[in-house]
Design a protein around this ligand. Sequence first.
Ligand code: DAH
Length: 346
Amino acid sequence: METDLQSIIAEAEARLPALDSMAQFEQFKATLVGPNGSFTAVTKTIGKLPPAERPLAGKLINQYKTRLQALFDAAQERLQAEAEAARLGPPVDVTLPSPDRPAGTAHLITQVREEICSILRKIGFVVADGPEVETEYFCFDALNTPKDHPARDLHDTYYTHPETAFGNVSQKADERYLLRTHTSSVQIRTMLAQPPPVRIIAPGRCFRRDTADATHSANFHQIEALYVDKGVTVRDLKADLDFLFRSLLGADAETRFRPHYFSYTEPSFEVDFRVGHLSKVGSEWMEIMGCGMVDPAVFAEVGYDPDIWSGYAFGLGIERIAMTLYGIDDIRYLYQNDARFLRQFA
Ligand code: DAH
């Protein structure tokens, strides 16, 4: 009897893995355990044995029945898994980006920043960088800004705890940290790090304690420029700004300087521009940015000899330029991430 059972198991072990459908499985299973199956036939022989041998034979059959059932279970599980996989199709990597996803585009502020940077790169400027969390030294002191200047006031500047100001090397132990209010701090960082000549632009994020309205945002973007060499004059400043605005706005763009005060430039100017073809602006002069000739006090602070070197600096607001170029009348649109707005500039 045991040899019969062994050969049934051997047959099941050989045949089951080769089956490839549930129908085949059911068919094969019937040839073993169906009413006329070979295993069923063996179980029936128990009745013909002498009563004394029956319990042992019953035990043996039960052992083989368990083994056979395990083989059936494994085959059934495999066939069900295969059927499920076939239903789902080829495996999908759910971490891959959707093939239907529309390609993104750069945000308008990024586009305008890149355009301005690429224009200025043509006349020799390279991009410099500085941290958004600054010290009072780089943001104000080294830029010759008096201690009692209103910009330093808590109402205008976000101060932060020194421990949250990563990557800053404080000049003085008791110095306060802040979110930079302008990119002019990069002028100082650059000049302290390298000897003249210098020709850098520093695009970046700035922060002021402004309540958001159509023209104010607590977070905005600037591009700073600093050019230091022998014999740099206001004429270079005017010519380079004309080049910038004509490249940006068209050949009919004009700029004019109005005297102003910035602590780090002397003389200092505010720049207005106008462009005939921009209907929103028309022939009106529009104030757009600040600039001037680097103040000798700033040169003295960074160890440049003001008798040898001269330079100009300017800083412009990227939002302001973007709004002017595209006729956007509320700065808040630029930060709301509303795709209906952003797509217009895609
Ligand atoms: N830092 C000024 C501001 O945020 C802009 C500015 C004015 C930058 C004159 C300059 C400059 O480099 O020379 O309003």
